[in-house]
Write a new protein. Structure first.
Length: 303
């Protein structure tokens, strides 16, 4: 288990917003939810584009479609189907609802959704692989609706899960919840990563380092990066209007991975199971709001 002490920011320390000024000369005592100066500073320092109310509404609508898409996949998921059948479901539903699947042709990615099974960590390309009873299947969707992007994923059980599958999926989902709970103004990107890493490693699992969460909304991938490991108090300070994904990839075994010959699919190096859950999160003045909300406390296996 990894433990890091929270570093207190002193008046004479460099301001965590990255301005280069001392904390007492910069953000100390300021209402960091106060719009324009923070918006300009975050754009200049980090290339982070804070979202306004109309943008947030647009991302929410795309987020609603993302969750409806995942629900539709879950209703149709069964042993014996191919991953390409999932791609067809996602593609047709996205188009039918007036949206575009962001993964399609993104940097040469050939399909409309990422489908990753068992030892596959992420970016699995749908094809003729047959899904079998006992598999765990991660489905990652990103619709673009009226120019706005929302990103979400879930890992599903097919049939009755084994103990390893149950454990890694449970830990991954809990990691997302804890990461989201670390989101509030004044906290840092490092607080999110620490919350995830601390819990995953306490459960004997590992956190993938090579893939991280990211800003989203105006584009598929925007600043900032959101690592799922880190130290409390380190990194960019969270301010209202930031929108990003938290999407921890948790391995039952070791954290190391390799990329298959398709140059996309990442798999665990030790062939252990891997699971992921993802939501798109808005920093609000009070804390956070999920723009792709689904229940992180529901029973994992329906009774």
């Amino acid at each position: 288990m990894s433990k890091h002490k929270h570093r207190h920011i002193g008046r004479n320390d460099p301001c965590p917003c990255g301005s280069g000024l001392k904390y007492k000369k910069c953000c100390l005592g300021k209402d960091i939810s106060d719009g324009e100066k923070i918006k300009d500073r975050y754009l200049r320092l980090y290339n982070i584009r804070l979202k306004e109310k109309p943008d947030i509404e647009g991302i929410k609508k795309a987020g609603k479609l993302a969750i409806q898409t995942l629900d539709l996949v879950e209703q149709n998921l069964r042993g014996g189907m191919t991953t390409d059948e999932i791609n067809s479901i996602v593609h047709e539903f996205t188009i039918k609802n007036g949206a575009t699947p962001a993964p399609l042709h993104y940097r040469g990615f050939p399909k409309s959704v990422c489908v990753s099974i068992n030892e596959e960590i992420c970016h699995g390309i749908p094809g003729n692989r047959v899904i079998r009873e006992g598999d765990i299947v991660n489905v990652d969707v990103t619709p673009i609706l009226n120019g706005y992007y929302a990103d979400a994923s879930k890992t599903f059980f097919v049939g009755k899960p084994g103990p390893g599958a149950l454990k890694v999926v449970s830990v991954a989902r809990r990691c997302l919840k804890l990461g989201m709970e670390a989101v509030k103004p004044g906290n840092t990107v490092g607080d999110i990563g620490w919350a995830i890493q601390n819990y995953a490693e306490s459960q004997g699992c590992s956190v993938v380092r090579e893939f991280v969460g990211h800003g989203v909304g105006f584009d598929f991938h925007e600043p900032p990066q959101i690592p799922h490991f880190g130290e409390k108090g380190k990194g960019i300070v969270l301010v209202p209007g930031m929108v990003f994904t938290i999407e921890p990839m948790i391995n039952l075994g070791k954290k190391e991975l390799r990329i298959l010959e398709d140059n996309w699919t990442a798999v665990t190096k030790d062939s252990s199971l891997s699971a992921q859950f993802e939501q798109t999160v808005l920093v609000t003045p009070e804390g956070f709001e999920s723009l792709t909300p689904y229940d992180l406390d529901a029973p994992l296996v329906p009774k």
